[in-house]
Design a binder for this molecule. Structure first.
Ligand code: TRP
Ligand code: SF4
Length: 401
């Protein structure tokens, strides 16, 4: 059984090379080894852009085309749209009852974003709550791993806290104490007493050795087939002071920060106007790279330059092999090559990288129905998993009437 990976992206429209090298490439790589679920976080977009509904629909389309262009394979990965999944909303609601306000108020992105997006009114209930919605997005698939940028670390940490709290509050069945007593009665008196002693000591002091000694007894009685696998789980849960794990805690898979900056050397971002779109027209790619700023010290062709002060060099680091890189360093620092000459291999490499993306996007641009069919199939698959989790959750919360 492959472990599940889940991630989402806000529908920002056509994606650029920064998105590809910062996130999407990693998503594609994870497909072969993991059971990947990737979704369009359109509700998330509404938490900040609730006044701009018209852009979201077109953006969803363009973004999913780019996912497929990049090589996400709908046979391997489950691709879907958040707003088609009422289970996310249900879990979000159920988790909201027990989530302290302070946990959301102290998420660092909350104050940051309010500061940064001053032109929008973000004093809303939905904006404060969106990291909890993200927790629901993840927990509803019981995902083991969440590939995200470092900027999302606090959201994954919140998700883990929310899961832990849920398991603590609801993970114990009503007759938990009686079940534990029944299993302990199957152990020898010595083993049962030893287990209880370690458990109590661990609960009082958090001493890891006590936990390990307690777990060792459990392993021993399991190995001797004194208890069943289910009993073993119960004893381990009781030992750790947790109940049954209804919602497993996910782990962040931090994607390396993309080394590819924007055309001006700052972070590539649509709002800075320094992007190259994944499916940018070849002539525009060429034009944009040729116009890219270079080392400001290199005014004339005869001035030597320093690649470290040049954004083009950052592109070479992503796109060129060691041989080309050595030529660039040599040519730049000795004024042996001109900047346009230096840029040509970058242009060639980007055009070559984009070629398969254009080819893969083409059928979906020609026939949008194909895209709809992929999303419909992904949504069905996501529903199967999400429905099962909600059954567990309702059961745990005493809502299975
Ligand atoms: N908040 C994420 C972002 O802005 C997008 C997102 C929403 C997400 N739900 C998620 C990412 C669940 C990972 C898992 O980039
Ligand atoms: Fe930049 Fe290349 Fe010009 Fe040097 S030669 S300044 S690395 S573009």
């Amino acid at each position: 059984m492959k472990q599940r990976v889940l991630s989402g992206m806000r529908p920002t429209g056509a994606l650029h090379l920064g998105h590809y090298h910062g996130a999407l490439k990693n998503w594609v790589q994870l497909q072969a080894s993991h059971d990947c679920f990737y979704f369009v976080a359109d509700w998330h977009a509404l938490t900040t852009h609730y006044e701009n509904r018209e852009v979201i629909e077109r953006n969803v389309h363009d973004m999913v085309v780019d996912w497929l262009a990049a090589g996400l394979d709908p046979e391997q990965s489950t691709l879907f749209i958040q707003s088609r999944m009422p289970e996310h909303a249900e879990l979000f609601t159920l988790l909201s009852f027990g989530t302290p306000l302070g946990w959301l108020e102290r998420v660092p992105t909350y104050k940051d974003q309010i500061e940064r997006l001053k032109d929008r009114d973000l004093a809303t209930y939905g904006f404060l709550g969106y990291p909890l919605m993200q927790a629901a997005d993840i927990l509803v698939y019981k995902a083991a791993y969440v590939p995200v940028g470092e900027d999302q670390a606090s959201h994954i940490e919140l998700t883990r806290e929310v899961a832990r709290r849920f398991n603590h509050l609801y993970g114990r069945p009503a007759d938990f104490a009686a079940q534990v007593a029944a299993v302990l009665a199957q152990l020898s008196k010595d083993d049962a007493r030893y287990y209880e002693k370690q458990r109590r000591h661990y609960g009082e002091t958090g001493d890891a050795d006590s936990l390990a000694r307690g777990a060792a007894v459990v392993a021993k009685v399991r190995a001797a087939a004194t208890v069943t696998a289910a009993d073993e789980e119960l004893l381990l849960g009781h030992l750790k002071g947790a109940g049954k794990t209804v919602l497993p805690e996910p782990q962040a898979l931090h994607t390396e920060v993309s080394k590819l900056p924007g055309l001006d050397g700052t972070k590539m971002s649509k709002s800075y106007g320094n992007t190259i779109a994944m499916r940018e027209a070849p002539a525009d790619v060429e034009h944009k790279i040729r116009r890219m700023p270079t080392d400001p010290q290199r005014v004339r062709r005869t001035d030597p330059g320093n690649p470290e002060n040049c954004p083009v060099w950052q592109f070479h680091k992503v796109y060129s092999n060691a041989g080309v890189q050595a030529q660039v360093v040599q040519g730049c620092t000795t004024a042996g090559i001109g900047c346009l000459e230096c840029k040509q291999p970058v242009i060639d490499a980007i055009l070559q990288e984009q070629q398969p993306w254009r080819e893969r996007a083409e059928p979906y641009l020609r026939d949008p129905q194909r895209l709809q069919a992929i999303i419909a199939a992904g949504t069905d698959r996501a529903h199967d998993v999400a429905r099962e989790t909600l059954q567990d959750v309702r059961q745990a919360m005493g809502l299975n009437y």
